[in-house]
Ligand binder design. Structure first.
Ligand SMILES: [Zn+2]
Length: 440
């Protein structure tokens, strides 16, 4: 696909298919949730890149028609935590978090000091998101300003909704990746002025995680957040037990790992915290009170042996949860694989994650947690036309499973568990088809 035009199409476009999205947050464990909006064989109307209507009848002459009847149309997925420079070391063998960072991650990220590597990496990454039906993401580049620049520019070119920011890490990091407080602040301010609020881009104050920032750098990050309430903040928290213990040693004054961020002024309505596997009730109460939310990364948590996230406890405490691939800790950019892994993590904890809860967390739930529900996350007039068109099944086992499925939830759950990128027909961003399934 061409990635050179960012102008939304002015054509009047009508897409026909089975529209599935959400009007609210489905209750835990409820397979007949009223918040599920199912509009089979409907037409989605798009003008100038935005959804302008949904109707059962075919549109009049003058509309460019795309007939995908019998296919599933979902809002574009929102991946709330993923690392652009980690495609070089995805699927690396044999380590847990802290060794994994030193052995694989940091050496891969150092290469992004090179602007050409950053541009090529951003192009590969954004193309791979679209090839998985993901149209929006909250992304870590590297500590290098050029990597954030490359990611913002690549997203702008494709018209995508991307939240990112230069990674802050001024200690416990190798040469070539370590920044310092003064230069890092300067870089952040430059990048904010250049990109924040431009087109569909937003800046996130990006703290790698507590151990790799000095208290001075954390305070600088908190001051940046305090200076502009429209900025996002992203970091990692309580992913792995050794990491939690290390944070306890580094910040003895803090009540908990999460409390390190609270004390630095980093917990607010636009804070996205990856993992949160090892939180307690007080931490969850802080999430609810501040409006910060957890980007649950089940594939990564399983792959690195980090632990089993207690989604039910988060729901009970009123803390919001979105879903994230966390590549390269996670092993796939597919949000379908991520949802399947999320189900398995909950099953290990004796809980049952419905397809509705998972799909909501990857669409409308993430949009709301990011305060972007006016723009993304639903097939609703006024929203930007970010969507993906999927085949319900592409091979004999999937076809047979769909044939015998009795209820909508059974069908959606089997799809969520069995489908992959072969099922993806097209990905649209702001009313433009940016990815089409390769033809054999
Ligand atoms: Zn991560």
């Amino acid at each position: 696909m061409s990635a050179t035009s960012s102008a939304p199409s002015t054509t009047r476009i009508a897409l026909r298919g089975d529209l599935l999205d959400f009007t609210g947050d489905p209750a835990w464990g409820e397979v007949d949730a009223a918040d599920v909006r199912w509009r089979p064989d409907h037409w989605l109307l798009i003008e100038s890149g935005r959804i302008t209507g949904v109707q059962a009848d075919a549109p009049p002459a003058g509309w460019e028609r795309h007939d995908h009847r019998g296919r599933l149309i979902l809002p574009g997925f929102i991946d709330t935590h993923v690392h652009m420079p980690q495609l070089d070391m995805i699927a690396s063998y044999g380590t847990e978090l802290l060794d994994w960072l030193n052995t694989y991650t940091f050496p891969a990220e150092i290469r992004f000091a090179d602007p050409e590597r950053s541009q090529a990496g951003a192009a590969l990454f954004l193309g791979a998101l679209l090839a998985n039906g993901t149209t929006s993401a909250v992304v870590f580049p590297t500590a290098h300003k050029v990597s954030a620049d490359a990611l913002f520019a690549g997203a702008q070119q494709r018209g995508m909704r991307i939240v990112t920011g230069k990674v802050l890490q001024d200690r416990h990091s190798p040469d070539g990746l370590r920044d310092d407080v003064v230069q890092a602040e300067r870089d952040c301010i430059d990048l904010i002025q250049r990109w924040h609020g431009r087109d569909r881009l937003a800046y996130a104050v990006t703290v790698r995680f507590a151990p790799t920032s000095t208290p001075e750098q954390l305070a600088m990050a908190g001051a940046l957040c305090a200076s502009d309430a429209t900025l996002y903040m992203q970091t990692h928290v309580a992913e792995n037990r050794d990491e939690v213990q290390w944070v306890r040693e580094l910040f003895p004054e803090a009540r908990s790992y999460l409390d390190v961020y609270t004390r630095a002024g980093l917990m607010h309505r636009r804070s996205v915290l990856a993992h949160g596997v090892w939180l307690d009730d007080d931490d969850r109460a802080t999430l609810r009170e501040t409006g910060a939310h957890i980007a649950h990364s089940p594939s990564s948590n399983l792959f690195l042996g980090s632990g089993l996230f207690d989604w039910r406890a988060a729901v009970n405490s009123g803390a919001a949860v979105s879903l994230a691939s966390d590549v390269g800790g996670g092993t796939s950019l597919s949000m379908i694989r991520t949802m399947g892994d999320a189900y398995k993590v909950q099953a290990m904890g004796g809980q049952r994650l419905t397809a509705w809860k998972a799909l909501h967390a990857a669409t409308l739930g993430a949009a709301q947690a990011l305060q972007l529900e006016h723009e993304i996350g639903a097939l609703e007039p006024g929203r930007v036309a970010d969507l993906a068109i999927w085949d319900w099944a592409v091979e004999p086992v999937g076809h047979r499973r769909m044939e015998v499925a009795r209820s909508l939830h059974e069908k959606a759950f089997a799809w969520m568990t069995l489908a992959d990128d072969r099922n993806l027909v097209e990905t649209w961003v702001a009313g433009v088809a940016r990815h089409r399934r390769p033809t054999a």
